[in-house]
Design a binder for this molecule. Structure first.
Ligand SMILES: Nc1ncnc2c1ncn2[C@@H]1O[C@H](COP(=O)(O)OP(=O)(O)O)[C@@H](O)[C@H]1O
Ligand SMILES: [Mg+2]
Length: 585
């Protein structure tokens, strides 16, 4: 049972009552039965005294030597008298010898000299005593008086007295039992009246504490307990409203932090995670809010460097901001202290993803470095030529030669700038102006432009356009950039008497263009990097062919914009580039 305390109090009280009633009953029983017995005996002895006087009158004078006291004569007299007064009568002489008895044989009887009732008559008055009779199984009251030189003794069994005492006891016992029953009944009634509303209130409080916010106490009485119950209901109303408000606030807060892309969590001053959003749970791989919230932060965040900073922040009550690597991502971590009345409530953790920003920053730094290097080199060369020309103005032949070399370097710088601008334009373009293009036509154009160069280098340039593939959606300018640069490279990085073969094949879903050369090949370690800007396997060779190191970067970005795929395969005996073009659905 849930309300043992209350029941225990009631139980204790009833035991106390019962004990009290029991004691009182026992006391009354013994006190009154004694009283009844005393009164009864007093009346009986008085009657006996009167009857002894009557016997004395009948037997007068009390002279034992008279023939009337001879045993054979006295007996019928005693019997008659005994019948009249309804008592046993015994006559005893001065020496204690029984002279006659109304109901017994004097010869068989002991000497009565020292019986209490006989001894007590010594002063001349009556003597009494009560003895238990084994034959009658009851007490016997003996009463005696000296009359002349004989003792007259009467006796009566105490049946009546015993019966009266028993009646008195029964009456008292019955009254006690009644009292006990009434007390029990009263106790039940009173405890019901008092304890039931309290029990109901306790039940209500337990239900409310258990989360049933709608529970209330029903039907309260118009008394103090009722007022208390009414107040409890009011308390429940206001708590219900406050809890509901809190829940709304909490769900607003949760929606808010869930809508934030960055991993966020709040750690309280006990170092436990109070609330965390989905990104945070995903970042630390705990799987669910249940396995994250309420846990100590260092059991969730598995990064000792971050954890020691969080611990330091809580200890010193100061915020912090630092960068940290977590599983291949770079985060800017903010530890913001949350205070209330200048006391630290906890720490708000924000993991701001700066991986992309860092990459771009790195790219920018690299680009500026590369670009300035690439631009500085031709200028330094041109400057050298101009200085030499300036010192040798009279040597016209030499000047002519140097001017030509200087011009070549100026051209190179111009192409770098042109390519840079082109690449920049392609890179920053977010969309392509789409048009219907024919792949075979565009490749044919490129081949036409590059043929003289191939011829000049003794390289066979062969183009098989296939069965004039279907036109696709694309952009002619970008498409030309792709094929021109790849074919140009195939010529540039070829061998003496080598060849370049461009082949177009078509399936239902796509067009594939393969540009295969018999050139010097690309070392396996460089295959990954050839699409980076300014990356060249052999700077010297590339300079001779007029390469800027930007060609394949332009190819890569153009293909990306067009939605085309690129793949390279290379070995010692040559390189093969494949461009895969999806056909419109
Ligand atoms: N077909 C090819 N065979 C061998 N090497 C190649 C081939 N195509 C490209 N490369 C290598 O990739 C580098 C980058 O090419 P690219 O971006 O066009 O720059 P470049 O201006 O040097 O040609 C080249 O310098 C060259 O080392
Ligand atoms: Mg090139």
């Amino acid at each position: 049972m849930r309300f043992t305390a209350l029941h225990r109090t009631g139980g204790k009280l009833i035991v106390l009552y019962s004990l009290l009633i029991l004691l009182l009953t026992l006391f009354l029983m013994f006190f009154f039965s004694g009283l009844v017995r005393d009164i009864h005996l007093k009346i009986l002895t008085r009657e006996m005294s009167e009857k002894i006087s009557f016997i004395a009158l009948e037997l007068d004078p009390g002279d034992a030597k008279r023939p009337a006291y001879r045993r054979d004569q006295v007996r019928p007299v005693l019997r008659r008298l005994s019948e009249i007064i309804d008592l046993r009568i015994t006559l005893v002489d001065a020496s204690g010898v029984v002279i006659g008895d109304s109901s017994g044989e004097p010869d068989s009887m002991d000497n009565h000299r020292y019986r209490r009732e006989i001894l007590q008559t010594a002063g001349g008055g009556f003597g009494s005593s009560i003895r238990y009779s084994n034959t009658l199984k009851t007490g016997m009251l003996y009463h005696a008086k000296k009359h002349g030189d004989i003792f007259i003794r009467v006796a009566k069994p105490l049946y009546e007295v015993d019966a009266s005492v028993a009646t008195a006891r029964r009456t008292i016992l019955f009254t006690g039992a009644m009292l006990l029953a009434i007390a029990l009944l009263l106790n039940i009634l009173i405890s019901r009246y008092i304890s039931r509303p309290i029990t109901r209130s306790i039940e209500f409080a337990n239900r409310f504490a258990g989360g049933d916010l709608t529970t209330r106490i029903q039907n309260y009485r118009d008394d103090e307990v009722g007022v208390l119950q009414k107040s409890l209901n009011n308390l429940a109303d206001s708590m219900d409203a406050k809890i509901t408000n809190l829940m709304i606030e909490r769900s607003k807060l949760r929606t808010l932090i869930e809508s934030i892309h960055d991993p966020i969590a709040f750690i309280d001053s006990d170092m436990k995670i109070m609330i965390a959003n989905g990104s945070f749970i995903g970042l630390w791989g705990t799987g669910s809010a249940g396995a994250t919230e309420g846990k100590l932060f260092y059991t969730v965040i598995r990064n000792s460097s971050i954890n020691s900073k969080i611990e330091y922040s809580i200890k010193t009550q100061s915020g912090a901001c630092f960068e940290e690597q977590v599983g291949g991502m770079r985060y800017e971590v903010f530890l913001n202290t949350i205070r209330e009345y200048s006391r630290l409530q906890g720490l708000l953790l924000i993991f701001h993803d700066i991986t992309e920003r860092k990459k771009i920053e790195q790219l920018k730094t690299d680009l500026v470095g590369n670009l300035s290097h690439e631009l500085k080199t031709p200028i330094a060369i041109v400057k050298g030529y101009l200085e030499t020309i300036g010192r040798n103005l009279d040597n016209r032949d030499m000047c002519g030669e140097f001017i030509e070399s200087a011009l070549a370097n100026v051209d190179r710088q111009a192409s770098i700038i042109t390519d840079m601008l082109k690449l920049n334009r392609i890179e920053t373009a977010s969309f392509v102006k789409e048009e219907r293009i024919r792949i075979d036509e565009i490749i044919g154009n490129c081949v036409k432009i590059l043929s003289p160069k191939a011829q000049g280098m003794n390289i066979a340039l062969d183009f098989s356009p296939g069965n004039s593939p279907a036109p696709v959606n694309g952009n002619a300018f970008l498409a030309e950039e792709v094929f021109f640069n790849i074919i140009d490279n195939a010529i540039n990085y070829n061998r003496e008497n080598g060849s370049v073969a461009v082949a177009v094949s078509e399936t239902e879903r796509q067009i594939a263009v393969e540009i295969r050369d018999t050139g010097i090949g690309i070392p396996a370690g460089s295959l990954e990097r050839i699409f980076e800007r300014f990356y060249q396997v052999d700077k010297g060779r590339s300079r001779n062919t007029g390469g800027t190191g930007l060609g394949l970067a332009i190819v890569k970005h153009s293909a990306q914009l067009l939605g085309w795929e690129l793949s390279v395969d290379s070995s010692d005996s040559g390189t093969s580039f494949t461009v895969t073009i999806p056909k419109p659905a």
